[in-house]
Write a protein that binds this ligand. Structure first.
Ligand code: NZQ
Ligand code: ZN
Length: 384
């Protein structure tokens, strides 16, 4: 196994009815900016619960962080933080609100042009305001990691940044908050978490024996609860989805393991260009990516086939084909399309998408840095 450092300072408070814990978790004297998405938290009563829990603290609201949060919107929140002397941020929402809050936390204390935060992939961040989260949508893992993805509308760029300064201080994970989620978002959560595991697991053997077993457990859990999502999943499945999505991207399974992330980086360009939900881009790109890179990933594909799908018989290539097809069938069974053509993407977008990858420096992706623009093109072509 490779050497690694594992650092994760985020405190998790998990369980139904845990929002009142905000009173102990947010400093008593804090001037708090509560950041929200569109209207879901207001409509379903979460905002009211949060306000009650914050008691007499000075609270300012910033509403309107959109899915795939934009720099343009978030910079208005940065101005508000500065004007109102805010010293603590509270994200109430899904990955977009939490990612947006991470950017605001870093940008509010940043000297110079805040877009540098994205251009430097977070290297330029030296400090950030403290913040906590109330998670309302299990999917991204943002509630327990130090990454965020921000879109700049002006330049059609969707870029990630990472910084040790943007781990949440705490995250409240109340599975009951998922009750008002449309099925579309629940299944998006299953697919996003699934692909997060795959990006850190389906690479090449690196002696990460325990991380592999954790990863396979997460995949099997998601495969087990996925079919429950369209009806009422029940408390156990809601809880399992929330905890699995958090553990899928909190650094645990990726520690000391090679990591891919090419499906994500290609997917981000699709979202930037076409506004397609993050998870839906992944479901369309992943099967094609595995098909195109099957030789480089051969050993782990065979392990994935055997341990996750129970495919152990027949020639190796047949087992690999079956594992990729089972993955596709799993997404489709959730009502998630796995072809770019089904998502309404025209083939003429391929040139634009490859151009965007080049413009954003995404020219040596993957666990072996061999996913060049030419290979990304092949993956995109295979995804139709
Ligand atoms: O905006 P509101 O009205 O709140 O509605 C939201 C939004 O429309 C709604 N929603 C959230 N909680 C709800 C609810 N509706 C009813 N009841 C609730 N309890 O769901 C919609 C989608 O929300 P969003 O936050 O955009 O979804 P998600 O959590 O999937 O986040 C996606 C974003 O996270 C980034 C993606 O790129 C995308 O921008 N990612 C962040 C990562 C990270 N920080 O580690 C990793 C991921 O790979 C991903 O890239
Ligand atoms: Zn993702």
């Amino acid at each position: 196994m490779q050497s690694f450092e594992f650092y994760n300072p985020t405190r998790i408070v998990f369980g139904p009815g845990t929002v009142p814990r905000l009173d102990d978790l947010v400093p008593a004297e804090a001037r708090v900016l509560v950041l929200l998405g569109g209207s879901s938290a207001r409509k379903n009563g979460t905002l009211e619960e949060v306000r009650t829990a914050l008691g007499a603290r000075e609270v300012v609201l910033f509403e309107g962080i959109e899915p795939n949060p934009t720099y343009e919107t978030l910079m208005r929140a940065v101005t508000l933080v500065r004007e109102r002397g805010i010293d603590f941020l509270l994200a109430v929402g899904g990955g977009s609100v939490i990612d947006g809050t991470k950017f605001v936390a870093a940008a509010a204390l940043f000297d110079g042009d805040p877009w540098t935060i994205l251009e430097s992939f977070g290297q330029a961040v030296t400090k950030a305001l403290p913040f906590g989260c109330v998670l309302t949508l299990p999917a991204t893992g943002s509630e327990m990691n130090n990454g965020a993805v921000i879109t700049r509308r002006e330049t059609v760029a969707k870029l990630p940044f990472l910084s040790p300064h943007v781990f949440p201080r705490f995250s409240i994970l109340d599975p009951d908050k998922t009750r008002t989620l449309p099925v579309r978002q629940l299944v998006n959560g299953v697919v996003d978490a699934f692909v997060h595991v795959i990006e850190q697991y389906l690479t090449f053997p690196a002696g990460a024996v325990l991380q592999d077993r954790f990863a396979e457990g997460l995949l099997q859990t998601l495969i087990g609860i996925g079919p429950d999502m369209p009806g009422d999943p029940g408390d156990d499945a809601r809880g399992a989805l929330m905890w699995a999505a958090t553990l899928a991207l909190n650094g645990l399974i990726g520690a000391g393991a090679p990591q891919d992330w090419s499906t994500h980086m290609i997917g981000h360009e699709l979202t930037a260009l076409r506004g397609i939900d993050h998870a839906r881009t992944l479901a369309a790109i992943l099967p094609a990516n595995l098909r195109v890179r099957r030789d480089a990933k051969r050993a782990k594909l065979l392990q994935y086939a055997a341990r996750v799908w129970g495919i152990t018989d027949g020639p190796e290539d047949r087992r690999i084909d079956l594992a990729i097809e089972r993955t596709r069938a799993f997404f489709e069974s959730l009502g998630v399309e796995t072809r770019l053509s089904s998502l309404g993407v025209p083939a003429s977008d391929i040139d634009v998408l490859v151009g965007q990858l080049e413009a954003h420096g995404m020219t040596a992706l993957g666990e072996s840095h061999d996913v060049t623009p030419a290979l990304s093109r092949q993956i995109l072509e295979t995804a139709f």
